[in-house]
Design a protein around this ligand. Structure first.
Ligand code: ATP
Length: 577
């Protein structure tokens, strides 16, 4: 009933929970004072011994007790709000922090839609757990004990009977919890599944339309939505049934209290005041636990979501080193790496001296991006040695790694905001002149100026730019980063030939002053490299300069010549067209 892992996560909320319990308890003492004084005055009135002074003082006590109860209720709800706000904030920042630590590799462990659902809806569901359920749980233990002590002075027998009935509610909660745990897990599974297919289908809507498969996906989503509806109905049915059971116990227990009071009064064991106290306070015995039962259902949903939160939080992250580096000679020595059981890279050895221009080529799936990912630090768990400036990669701090290395993939992300804001991600201190200069280098200057300059607003994912413009803007941002190593992983894929030529020009210019690691399918782009590594099935099959590799007449020469022939043919075709 208490999840110590969850409580451990949100230390700051604990004090609000404790204070919440305390003010509820003070409120209960107020109620007890009001009931005792009212019962006493009624007994006196029944006996014809009531005085004006007694009525006035009891009225004052009752008003004060009601005021205390109201104040305590208000304070309890404020503290509950504080506890839940604090918990939500802490959990969301922990999830966010974890994603940052996992870096781009987070998708290896969880889907984007899963993260969104857990961080938004899942954390929201935990609001009741921290704000309502936890304070109510402790108050539900304290209240019956307090009432038992009070009533034991009136009638020990009645106090014992009421106390014995109380545990029936937590017992029913535990039984329901056992039965419902699996159901809630399934409920969350189907919710995440629905969110996943929704996000994927919305993102891929254009592709679905092109291939006319949107109707099929529509049906799939309807099925997922129907599954989720059925699961929600099952959860609601379970909740209503368990509420009915708890009501039965709570009202049955209160009725038992009334019966005991009547029988004790008839037997002459207690007076009228005693009977009234038992009748009025017996409901208080059960109300806290009955309320706990209601919160428990919502809290259970949150606890099921918390499993997903812990799944994300316990994901093993890259071990971050502490060392910083001064030089950036990169050396891979007999590196092996596996995503799963099969080795994707085998005995890879590469020498990438500072300031050199190195290319990695090979057929699709040969392991080029995996090598780049290892050098950037996206993957951990490689065997062999990968050093930068003589320091093993794993020992280098993330900050140092980010400073010396810039990675540009084939689909760089442009954020919603101004061109300036996107460029400043590369270097927050860049001034206007520097920004315009890099735009000039990537041949985007005229276009951006014609659109309104650095202040021009870009849409999400740079949707109001062409693919080539997006890549060139990403390159401009990378240039501002001014790191000593640049890795281009198919940075010119899927873009127009003019943009490709522009980007390649910048890459070749960079190669004079920076370390450039270029991955390209188009071998014409790698001809000028100081060294070309040719990968085949995760192995370095050949290496050397373009001319050395051509003279070896191996895999590279074969790939280069066939590409060259195709390109000549296309060019020729264009001439005669
Ligand atoms: N996240 C991953 N999980 C499991 N296997 C992966 C993952 N990423 C890549 N692979 C596998 O590793 C192998 C090498 O992939 P990699 O992306 O490094 O190849 P590549 O040479 O860059 O290919 P391409 O030229 O098509 O980009 C492929 O067989 C691929 O299926």
């Amino acid at each position: 009933m208490v999840d110590s892992r969850l409580l451990g996560l949100v230390e700051h909320s604990r004090k609000y929970i404790v204070l919440g319990v305390l003010v509820q308890w003070i409120g209960l003492l107020g109620s007890i004072a009001a009931v005792l004084s009212m019962s006493f005055v009624l007994q006196q009135a029944w006996a014809g011994q009531v005085t004006r002074k007694l009525i006035l003082s009891v009225t004052a006590i009752v008003i004060a007790a009601i005021a205390v109860r109201c104040l305590c209720n208000y304070a309890a709800s404020m503290l509950s709000y504080r506890a839940s706000v604090n918990a939500k904030k802490t959990l969301r920042s922990q999830i966010y922090g974890k994603l940052l630590k996992l870096g781009p590799a987070y998708t290896d462990h969880t889907s984007t839609s899963g993260v969104i659902q857990v961080a938004v809806e899942g954390v929201e569901q935990l609001e009741t757990y921290f704000g309502r359920y936890m304070p109510q749980l402790f108050y539900s233990l304290l209240a019956p004990v307090t009432l038992f002590i009070t009533l034991s002075f009136v009638s020990f027998k009645a106090a014992i009977i009421l106390l014995v009935c109380v545990p029936l509610i937590p017992v029913s909660i535990i039984v329901i919890m056992r039965m419902a745990k699996k159901l809630f897990r399934k409920y969350w599974g189907s919710y995440v599944n629905l969110g996943h297919s929704f996000l994927e289908n919305v993102q891929g809507l254009t592709t679905l339309k092109i291939y006319g498969t949107d109707q099929e996906k529509h049906q799939e989503m309807n099925t997922a939505a129907e599954d989720f509806r059925k699961m929600t109905m099952k959860v609601l049915t379970m909740q209503l049934n368990s509420v009915a059971v708890m009501d039965l116990i709570a009202f049955g227990g209160a009725a038992a209290g009334v019966l005991v009071a009547v029988s004790e009064y008839s037997a002459g064991h207690i007076g009228l005041a005693g009977a009234l106290i038992i009748v009025l306070l017996s409901a208080e015995f059960f109300i806290p636990l009955r309320l706990l039962g209601s919160y428990f259902h919502i809290a259970m949903n949150g606890m099921a979501a918390s499993d997903k939160i812990f799944q994300i939080l316990s994901t093993e992250e890259l071990v971050q080193g502490k060392k910083s580096i001064e030089t950036t000679d990169i050396r891979l020595d007999q590196v092996n790496f596996a995503y799963d059981e099969r080795d994707t890279l085998r005995n890879i050895s590469m020498d990438i001296p500072q300031g050199s221009f190195i290319s990695i080529v090979g057929e699709s799936g040969s392991g080029k991006s995996t090598v780049a990912g290892l050098i950037v630090g996206h993957h951990e768990g490689y065997r062999g040695s990968l050093t930068v400036g003589g320091t093993e990669l794993a020992a280098i701090s993330e900050e140092s790694r980010m400073r010396y290395m810039t990675w540009i993939g084939f689909n760089s992300y442009i954020f919603k905001g101004t061109v300036e804001a996107n460029l400043k991600m590369g270097n927050e201190h860049a001034n206007e002149e520097q920004m315009l200069e890099v735009l000039r280098q990537v041949k985007l200057y005229d276009f951006i100026l014609s659109q309104g300059g650095l202040e021009v607003e870009l849409e999400e994912q740079g949707a109001n730019l062409s693919g080539g413009q997006r890549q060139r803007l990403a390159l401009a941002r990378a240039l501002l980063h001014d790191s000593s190593v640049y890795i281009f992983d198919e940075a010119t894929s899927n873009i127009d030939s003019e943009s490709e030529a522009g980007i390649m020009e910048v890459i070749h210019a960079l190669a004079g002053s920076k370390t450039v690691i270029l991955i390209s399918h188009r071998l014409e782009n790698v001809v000028q490299s100081d060294r070309i590594y040719v990968l085949q099935n995760g192995l370095v099959a050949e290496s050397g300069t373009h001319h050395e590799l051509l003279s070896q007449q191996g895999h590279y020469a074969e790939m280069y010549l066939s590409q060259h022939q195709v390109e000549q043919f296309v060019k020729g075709g264009a001439v005669y067209a």
